[in-house]
Structures are given as C-alpha cells and as structure tokens.
Design a protein around this ligand. Structure first.
Ligand code: 7TS
Length: 415
C-alpha cells in the first residue's frame, strides 16, 4: 500500500457505492468498473425512486391546472428551481432556466443574447479546450451576425495561457466563453480571474460548468459570472434536464429563444406579450419528471458534501496517475496545475479504440475518442485518447483493475 492509497477512505466509498444499484452487476462475468463518469454519472436509488414516485403518484402538466395533481407537479417542479438556486448560490430563482442540458443552455445564450446583440466587428472569445458545444453555437451565430470567433491557446500541460488571453481580449470582445473543467484534459480553469479580466473589458462571461458541478462547490454570486451552464446527468441526476443560470438584468433584456405555450402572458394574432422570468425561456411542456429528479440528486450530493467528494476524487486521481504510470508506454494527456477527476491518456502502440474495446471485455467502461473536443486532440497531436473519469463511488481497487486491464490489452495486442 502506498501513501496515496492510505488516504483513500475505502469504507466510505463502499458505503456511497451501495446507493447506486446499477454498479452491482457483472459484464460478461466481470464486476462492472464504471469509469466513464465525465460522459454521464450513474444515479443513486433516491433519484430513481423520485422518478418512479413522480410517474406513479404525481404525473400532471404544470402551471395550467387547478386540479390537485397539477398543483403538486408545479410545486415540485418550481421547488427544484429553488434547490438549484441554493446549490449554485444564485441570488434569485428567476435566474434559473431549465433546459435539456449544457448544450441547450449555450445554444440559448448564443441565439437569444447573441442574435440580438452581436454585429459585424464584435468578437466572441473562447478557449482551445472547449467542448464542441461551446464552439459550434458561437460559430453558427457568428456566421449569422458577422461577429468573429477568437481562441485563447493552451500550453503543453493543458493550462490556459492567461497572458495570451489578456492580449486577445479587447473592447470588441462581447462575450468570453470558457469551460470550468475540461472534459478532455481535466484542467480546472481559474474562472474567477478570467471573469474579472473580462468584466474589466466590458465583456460578458459564460461558464460551461458541465464537468465542474459534480466535483466542486460552485457559487455564481462569488464568481460573478453572467451565465453558467450545466447538465443534470453529469451530477447524478436524470438525462434531459440541465440548467442555464443568467443574471436577472441580462435575462430580462434578452428576447425569448423559442415560442409556444407557457412562455407567454397574452397572445393575439397581432402581438404577443411574453411571460416573466424564468418562464419566458421555457416554452412548451418541460421535462417535469427529470427536473424533479434533479432535486433528489442535489440533495444527495449536499448530504455527502463537497469536502468529502473532492478529497476522495483527488486521492483517486493521484492514485490512478501513480499506478498507471508504471504501465509501459503510458502517457497522460493533460497535466495542468489544477485538475479534476478526469484522466486522459494514450498508450504507445495501441489505438485508444482498441484499448476501450478490450477493456470492455474485462467489464471496464472508459471513454475513447476525441471527447467532442477535436481542437484539443489537434493541439496534442493525437487522434484520440482513452479517458478514465472518476466519481464519488469509484475505488482504488477499480484503479488496480484498470491497470490489470491495460496490461492484458498490451498482451493481447502484442505490444
Ligand atoms: N461541456 C462539457 C465540458 C462537456 O463535458 C459536455 C459533455 C458538454 C458540454 C455537453 O453536455 P450535454 O449534457 O449537453 O451533452 N461531455 C461529454 C463527455 O465528455 N463525454 O460525453 C459527453
């Protein structure tokens, strides 16, 4: 046992693990080792029970019925808004917009804010480590408005080059879009500093928090970000529900993105008056069940606390780097100063896809590919990486199993 393993509280992780029924299964006779948490996390029993309870006891449409079930569904749906507000410390629950996920949140900002505010000559500044969902919507809106997209480069470790950022930002920069934690590298960006610099130049800031919210406390008031986006499914919650936080004054000024039911106050054929925040941005019947499920996920995380989660995941990451470093040809992609629980790597002589396929025969689930961050792959000169990403229920034994799986893959591939 080395120094890092001693730090890992195996008893507590084993207790948390029991909360996730899916983990207790075998794949081809091998215990499941689920290390694809950056793609999506597994769900604790309390979230699954909430979804089941919703459909078996509450199901009704919201905001439009005087009957009891509709009122109950509305109360729980709006209750989630308050849970999310508290979770990210937003000032007001009207600043919490429910969307499908991070992707939809960013598209909402690009279309509602971008389409009405951007003009030729304006600039949007993003970073080289963005997920495609924080690149493509901006390219699309730049094409429509004549604004242009600028990119802050990263160094060989996967750290953002802050000096380059300071050089690229100027009075034409209207918005800075930056990932809080990179899904391809694990880099934790100094978002507070990035926000302060942007504001000093009069630019807004959108933070892509998809990979951050499950691993560290996020306080949007303290950060002073203008927009913050995340997905429920990476936060132990259901798929199909995500959040866009936006400062009230900005959201008030923004036109709606989609039109339809619930987002209106009054409609005639001549004109429509839009609803108040946050409903102005929630056209149509929303994803009621999964929104309510998100409350259970948040309560679950709050019950454990980020101190415990972060300590466990940091120890696991350190243990994984140390353990896997003894695998011949192993190279970490992304060695930033501050990293969250994402470990991207390559093994010389083996294509990541072969690695993923053979590991699957051992019951080990990792992600291989470009992780929807092709510019990151280009920056590091690799077509793809293998990625193990950790959650609160992962254990040191699973890291050992991953190492054994990598050794077996090398044997099979004759490397
Ligand atoms: N931003 C980041 C940083 C992400 O990691 C992802 C998804 C998204 C945005 C989009 O989130 P969605 O919920 O709207 O799809 N990342 C990954 C991943 O790393 N593997 O699968 C999905």
């Amino acid at each position: 046992m080395n120094a890092v393993t001693k730090l890992i509280d195996t008893k507590t992780a084993a207790k948390w693990r029991k909360d996730f029924p899916i983990l207790d299964q075998t794949i081809d006779g091998k215990d499941l080792v689920y290390l694809d948490n950056a793609a999506t996390t597994q769900k604790p029993a309390c979230v699954i029970e909430t979804l089941s309870r919703y459909y078996s006891e509450i199901n009704a449409n919201i905001h439009r019925g005087v009957h009891t079930l509709s009122q109950r569904a509305t109360d729980e749906y709006e209750g989630t808004r308050e849970s999310v507000r508290r979770f990210i410390n937003a000032g007001n629950s009207s600043e919490i917009i429910f969307v499908r996920g991070t992707t939809e949140a960013i598209n909402l900002v690009a279309n509602a804010w971008g389409a009405s505010e951007l003009k030729s000559g304006d600039e949007i500044l993003i970073t080289e480590m963005e997920h495609h969902s924080n690149i493509v919507p901006w390219q699309m809106i730049c094409e429509k408005t004549g604004a242009s997209l600028k990119v802050v480069p990263i160094d060989d470790n996967g750290d953002l080059l802050i000096d380059e950022y300071k050089k690229l930002i100027n009075e034409k920069t209207r918005l800075v879009g930056v990932v809080h934690v990179s899904n391809a590298l694990g880099t934790v960006n100094p978002v507070k500093e990035i926000i302060d610099i942007a504001h000093a130049h009069g630019a807004l800031v959108l933070i892509d928090g998809a990979q951050a919210v499950a691993h560290m406390p996020v306080d949007v008031c303290d950060l002073d970000c203008d927009f913050y986006a995340f997905s429920g499914h990476k936060l132990y919650g259901p798929t199909g529900i995500g959040v866009l936080y936006g400062k009230e004054a900005l959201l008030e000024k923004m036109p709606p993105w989609q039109g339809g039911g619930d987002m209106i106050r009054m409609v005639t054929f001549d004109r429509t008056e839009y609803n108040d925040l946050p409903w102005k941005f929630e056209a149509g019947t929303p994803n009621i069940a999964d929104t309510i499920g998100l409350t259970s996920a948040i309560e679950y995380i709050e019950g454990i606390g980020f101190d415990a989660i972060k300590a466990h995941e940091d120890n696991l990451l350190a243990y994984a780097i140390e353990t896997l470093s003894s695998v011949p040809g192993f190279r970490v992609i992304g060695t930033a100063k501050e990293k969250a629980s994402v470990l991207s790597f390559v093994i010389e002589g083996i294509h990541p896809h072969d690695l993923g396929t053979i590991l699957d025969t051992e019951g080990i689930a990792i992600r291989t590919g470009h992780h929807c961050a092709m510019p990151v792959m280009n920056r590091f000169g690799v077509p793809a990486t293998a990625r193990a990403s950790f959650a609160l229920y992962n254990t040191a034994e699973e890291v050992d199993t991953l190492k054994a799986g990598l050794m077996k893959t090398m044997e099979v591939m004759g490397v």
